[in-house]
Design a protein around this ligand. Sequence first.
Ligand code: TEU
Length: 555
Amino acid sequence: ASDMPFWKTSIIYQAYPRSISDELPDGTGDLVGFNQRPSLMAGITSKVDYLRDLGVGVVWLSPIYESPMKDFGYDISNYTAIDPIFGDMDDFDELVARFHEHGLKVIMDFVPNHSSDQHEWFQKSVRREEPYTDYYVWADPKGTDEDGSPIPPNNWLSVFRGSAWQWSEERGQFFYHQFLASQPDLNFRTPAVREDMQKILTFWLDKGVDGFRVDAVLHLFEVKDMTLNEPEVPGSEDPDDYASLNHIYTTDLPETFPVIRDWRVLLDQYPDKLLMLEVYSNNMETLMKYYGNETYPLADFPFNFLLIDHLKNRSELTGESLRTTVGLWLDNLPKGKWPNWVVGNHDVRRVASRVGEDLVDALNMVILLLPGTPVTYYGEEIGMLDTFISWEDTQDPQGCHWGPDHYQEHSRDPARTPMQWDESKFAGFTTANSTWLPVNPNYKTLNVAAQILAQTSHLKIYRELAVLRREEVFMKGNVSFPVITKDIFTFIRHLESYGQYLVVVNLSQKPVEINLLQNTTQELPQKANVVMRSISDTSENTKPGMEVPLDKLPL
Ligand code: TEU
């Protein structure tokens, strides 16, 4: 499909750089490890080979910029420098060169909503040094309390809990922070901020990166009128919890679109660049706006988080519910726009822990074979699981903010543990004496090397699916959902010039035998090419292209 842009034909792989591979052995992953790792294991001499063999075409790197690491790179102190923990600019250039040599694209994480408080812009803004005075969102106090302490201008809350306002003694004003107080929000009403962001994007584009994932887009603007309090959500008990308010004055404001538009126009000055947005909203209308339309194109796509929401646990997952969730995105898609599928990322629990290990292949099958671009979070290809992380070992600021009694419900650490390469110490991630987060103790059996050696494994199935996905019918074919039952999720990919594939996934925890011919709303052939996932024997049943009788399909 050479007539399609790379991001439509490729799988996107999200690499969380701290946890991929630690070549400068200090316990935290780095860039060097991506490209210069000496022999990892038989057949895989470096990460780039692993990724290529896996069948992914695009690697999205979570932030690797200079950062005090209060939010692990999402607090940037220099947007055009690499943090020494990950290597230096030469390492980065080499990474891009090596990846490109192997036909892999590189996507950067772009974090425009806020910088680190260590950024020189903020330090100068605190001191009202021009032109930085209005680089951040500053506000006067509403008054003072009995002790004479300044009162924040309104009730706005941080995503990470508590007031979104932090007092600056030095400047004598509050500054707004949607996330940590060490992540002050940049002020996108200041033209110079927007110009600086264009310059930063240009810097990386000129280095040859292939696009961006934009962080926290929903939060780019807040209303100008600081007297407006956000309405409370009725019945919420914890006034510090972000969920206790509706965020009508601080999220998804219309001023956002011209900013995204500027980025789109900039990217379009270069051939073939990808723009994907993180717009964390449950509202379909909100989400779909961020694609733009034919005359005003914005993102190539906003991430589709519907599956993440839907796959909170196993209990709600049926063939019918999955059909509904998938349809919600496909049916609302603006004309000419392209879908995408995400089941996990660095902000949520690992999908295999949420829905059960037995659905790893099923979900990979679903996201890789539906129309659109799949995004795989590192480790999903081998079915990595959350691990218990003690309060003492907890690193994630969101977990820390909730304290020792509640951190486990909120900490994002369990999904960020080191990649499990092999059965050697620390799963082959590092030769250091400790790791930044504990390695899941299940690494002895759950690791890449073991899955390469095994007759059948998640990894092998993933690779097969990635190969199958390159068939034209999966890139270009339309989709229909002929059979809807509780236990199975089924779809047909069809392309006139090619033929069709039937994909059948057993979502139940038991083997079922199904008569597809009886349950169908669409005419099916007596026998068909199927890709299927059964409970009993994964190796045989996931083989693509089998001819099987549809009236007695064992799953
Ligand atoms: O996440 C931001 C984000 O949009 C969500 O936290 C959202 O605001 C929240 O779920 C609303 O309920 C991004 C990154 O993915 C995350 O790792 C960072 O911590 C955060 O931005 C700050 O940069």
